[in-house]
Design a protein around this ligand. Structure first.
Ligand code: GUN
Ligand code: ZN
Length: 430
């Protein structure tokens, strides 16, 4: 079997850092080696401790090698919606997003865009993602096929939506159930692919459709579930009006059997105490989407409150409400959202979040998100001196934490030198 050793400065988190001086929470090797065989990390150690005989040695010094970034919420058919001018979420959906998603009925377009979408991800250092397709099953087939060819670990699902959208984007409770079941049979657990049952949100699903989604979740307990929750006030009001029997927005999903530890809830911004407790009891995963929340003016994600209630949020780009594919830019904007609420995001916590913690949120921390032996070799090579401004700042940086904070605040795809997927080079900066 081909044996590869990557040499560089290795950084991998073991648990969530509690504070800025929690240096026990990660492993950092200033001259480390990652031994990779069959797409899997077999050993992590000081470079000198590894037996390099017969191995291909790739020297990435002086750059940092980290686990590839994990984006836990984004929309594959929205790559050409980014930067669309709208007052708020519901206008943005109706005026730009829904019309754009109708184009994904065309399998040829979906196939072309799937390649472009995955190209963007790897160029930004993102090696795994949880993606929404369009309502068309063929869009999800296209995305899974493209990810499979690249050996990417990808979770995705066909959006279920049967009302409050253009007719061309509406399925029915029954057809969405059957199409989802067929996609699960075709893709879930195949190679590195997983399925997420995807009712878009309460506004675009009838009660019958949410029930169908709940039935799918019960029948396929290893699948994820993804939807949107409490993104902005107009959305919450409309959702509650459409479901007058529900106690609140969260209860709409709870009643349909859609809340559990594999449920990813995009945004989760304006939650009552009752809703927060219900989410914590279900161990559902709120997903913080800072660039999207700022762009659409949706609100400020209250990370401290949710963590205080026992929740473990994930973090994501939410392309195309989000404005950047970069998980580094996502951290930069997330940092500012928390600052506005008197909360802090230390760079150790930030880099843990987009790697190990996002993997843990998906129940995949034994597969991705760290550099520990046995992990799949999805990696990003980062250069904190990538731009003249970063290099100038870095000339005065004296610690790993400072370097990480420069990457977190000033970094984007220009800081990504290489991306590896399953041990193979998937992207190299020109
Ligand atoms: N709520 C329902 N659909 C969407 C979407 O596509 N993007 C965002 N940001 N929120 C949504
Ligand atoms: Zn979204």
């Amino acid at each position: 079997m081909e044996r590869k050793i990557l040499r560089g400065r290795l950084l991998s988190f073991l648990r969530r850092p509690e504070s800025h001086d929690d240096t026990e929470s990660f492993r950092y090797l200033a001259d480390g080696g990652l031994q990779i065989e069959g797409g899997v990390i077999r050993r992590i150690d000081q470079f000198d401790a590894l037996d390099a005989r017969g191995a291909e040695v790739i020297d990435h010094r002086p750059h940092l090698i980290m686990p590839g970034f994990i984006d836990t919420h984004l929309h594959f058919p929205q790559t050409q919606v980014i930067a669309s001018w709208a007052a708020e979420l519901l206008d943005w959906l109706n005026d730009y997003t829904f019309p754009e998603e109708t184009r994904y009925a065309d399998p040829a377009l979906a196939a072309t865009m799937a390649e472009a979408f995955l190209d963007r991800l790897v160029a930004h250092g993102t090696t795994s993602a949880v993606a929404y397709g369009s309502v068309h099953a063929a869009s999800v087939d296209a995305l899974f096929s493209a990810a499979q060819a690249r050996e990417m670990r990808l979770i995705a699902g066909k959006v279920m939506m049967d009302r409050n959208a253009p007719a061309a984007l509406c399925d029915t409770a029954q057809s969405s159930h059957d199409a989802t079941a067929a996609l699960i049979a075709r893709w879930h657990g195949t190679d590195r692919l997983g399925y997420a049952i995807t009712p878009r949100f309460a506004i675009t699903s009838s009660p019958a459709q949410l029930e169908a989604a709940g039935a799918l979740a019960a029948a396929h307990p290893t699948c994820h579930i993804q939807t949107h929750l409490s993104e902005n006030h107009a959305e919450i009001a409309l959702a509650c009006k459409l479901y007058p029997d529900a106690r609140d927005y969260t209860d709409i999903y709870a009643r349909a059997g859609l809340l559990g530890p594999k449920t990813l809830l995009g945004h989760a911004i304006h939650l009552s105490g009752r809703e927060t407790r219900a989410l914590a009891e279900a161990q559902a995963i709120p997903v913080f989407c800072p660039t999207s929340n700022l762009f659409l003016g949706s609100g400020l994600f209250d990370d401290a409150r949710l963590r205080g209630a026992g929740l473990r949020p994930a973090i994501a780009t939410d392309i195309g409400g989000g404005t950047s594919y970069s998980m580094l830019q996502t951290l930069a904007e997330g940092y500012k959202v928390l600052q506005l609420q008197g909360q802090r995001m230390h760079p150790y916590q930030a880099f843990d979040w987009i790697t190990r913690a996002n993997a843990a949120a998906l129940g995949l921390a034994d597969r991705i998100g760290t550099l520990e032996a046995g992990s799949e070799a999805d990696l990003v090579v980062l250069d904190a001196r990538a731009t003249p401004a970063m290099a100038q700042r870095m000339a005065r940086a004296e610690s790993l934490a400072e370097e990480l904070f420069v990457l977190q605040v000033m970094g984007d795809d220009r800081a990504v030198r290489q991306t590896y997927i399953a041990g193979r080079l998937a992207w190299s900066a020109p």
